[in-house]
Design a binder for this molecule. Sequence first.
Ligand SMILES: *Cc1c(COP(=O)(O)O)cnc(C)c1O
Length: 223
Amino acid sequence: MSVADNLAKIEKQIEQACKTSGRSRNDITIIAVTKYVSTERAQEAVQAGLTHLGENRKEGLLEKYETIGVEADWHFIGTLQSRKVKDIVGQVSMIHSLDRKSLAKEINKRAPSPVPCFVQVNISEEESKHGLDASEVEGFIEMMSTYENVKIVGLMTMAPHTEDEEKLRGVFRQLRALRDRIRDKGYPHAPCEYLSMGMSNDYVLAIEEGATHIRLGSSLVGE
Ligand SMILES: *Cc1c(COP(=O)(O)O)cnc(C)c1O
C-alpha cells in the first residue's frame, strides 16, 4: 500500500471522528511514525503531504534527517537518554517524552531556545513503565518554570494494548482532564494546550476524546 492510499483511508476515519465529536480537522496533527521504515518510505510520506515525522531513537532520527532535513518537522516520541539530548535538540520541533527532572535540566542546558515538550503520563499504569504517574504531573510541571528552555505544550500518553473501548476512552479522558486542570492554571511556561494520544489501533477514539496530535506508524507508513 502506498502511503497516500493509507492516508486517504485514515483521513476518512479522522473526518468521521471529528464529525462525531464536533471537532475541527484543523485541530488535529498527524505525526507519521517512521521508526519501522526506511528513509525512502519516510520521503514518500513527506511527498504525500505528511510533514510531521516521529522517531523514537536518536540514530533513526539523525539518519532520516540527513536526507529529509527541514522538509519535515521532527518529533521525538521515545524514551530519551539525557546524554543524547545534545545530538537531537537542534533537529526536533517537539519532544513527546519528557518524564523526569534530569531530562528537563539537560534540555534546558543544551537548547538554544525554548523546546516545546509534552509531559509523558503513565495513565494506564500496568502496561508501561514510562511516564509520570498522574498524581505527580502537576507538581512536576510547576517545577518546570525554572527551566526557561523547556516549554510545556501538552501531555502525552500511550494507551494500553486492548480492544476494550471503554478502557481506552477512560485513559484518554483522564489525560484530558489533567490537561484541562493544568491549562486552566495559565502558567506562562506551560500553556499545556495539546494532547498527544492515539496510535494506529486507537486514534479514532483518541480524537473523539480530544487528541490534538495522533502518532501513526503501522497503519500509515507500515511496520
Ligand atoms: C511506535 C510508536 C507509535 C506508533 O505506533 P503504531 O501502533 O504503529 O501506530 C506511537 N507512539 C509511540 C510513542 C511509539 O513508540
